[in-house]
Write a protein that binds this ligand. Structure first.
Ligand SMILES: C[S@@+](CC[C@H](N)C(=O)[O-])C[C@H]1O[C@@H](n2cnc3c(N)ncnc32)[C@H](O)[C@@H]1O
Length: 193
């Protein structure tokens, strides 16, 4: 199924920097749609690490990836993305081409188990060290659920700061859209060291 809206914009932003054999990270695996997209982009010789806190999410994703025949190039980790540096091997530092975040709750799952600003910002900070020069990071944030607007605002503020100027913004959705609960995407690129 093709992604739509903010998720499709995130896919386009990271697709431009991915190639066969690349390493990518899905920081919020959920039902595995984004993980599958990344696995297809990096090809047989590539690698995707996916992280999620929930067992049902990882089970659904594993089934989707197996059905598509790409599970062998994906490593799924159960845990919070704020622990990314501990979940991934040390050699990931500076070698990951793309990190994707698709925030909020698991579609079809428990709606109170959401991503939260403190851990999301910690994970975004941790992602910077993973990115290769000119590697890309995308975030889709959902202002429509309780707590979602605050998280969306925190992510956009983090992005605007260029997080210590190690990143620059490539594309972002217009701010006024959050007022209507519309998902917002921001994509950033790692400035070469
Ligand atoms: C909108 S869903 C992700 C959708 C997914 N990328 C897809 O393609 O189906 C958000 C996911 O974030 C997960 N999540 C919540 N807190 C998290 C955390 N601290 N670390 C990693 N994942 C988290 C939820 O369990 C949920 O599965």
């Amino acid at each position: 199924m093709a992604a739509r809206g903010a998720v499709a914009r995130a896919h386009r932003a990271v697709a431009e920097c991915l190639y066969a054999g690349a390493w990518a990270v899905d920081a919020t695996v959920g039902n595995g749609h984004d993980t599958l997209f990344l696995a297809q982009m990096v090809g047989e010789g590539g690698r995707v690490d996916g992280v999620d806190t929930q067992t049902p999410a990882l089970s659904a994703a594993r089934a989707r990836l197996a059905e598509a025949g790409v599970l062998d190039r994906v490593r799924l980790h159960q845990g919070g993305h704020e622990r990314l540096p501990y979940l991934l091997p040390g050699q990931a530092a500076g070698r990951v081409q793309a990190v994707m975040f698709n925030l909020g709750f698991l579609p079809g799952g428990e709606k109170t188990l959401i991503t939260r600003p403190e851990t999301t910002l910690a994970a975004l900070d941790a992602s910077i060290a993973l990115l290769a020069p000119e590697g890309r990071l995308s975030v889709v944030a959902y202002p429509g659920h309780p707590g979602g607007a605050e998280e969306c605002a925190a992510v956009m503020e983090w992005a605007e700061g260029g997080s210590g100027k190690e990143l620059h913004i490539l594309a972002r959705d217009a701010p006024e859209e959050s007022d209507r609960g519309v998902p917002r995407m921001v994509a950033l690129e790692r400035i070469p060291f």
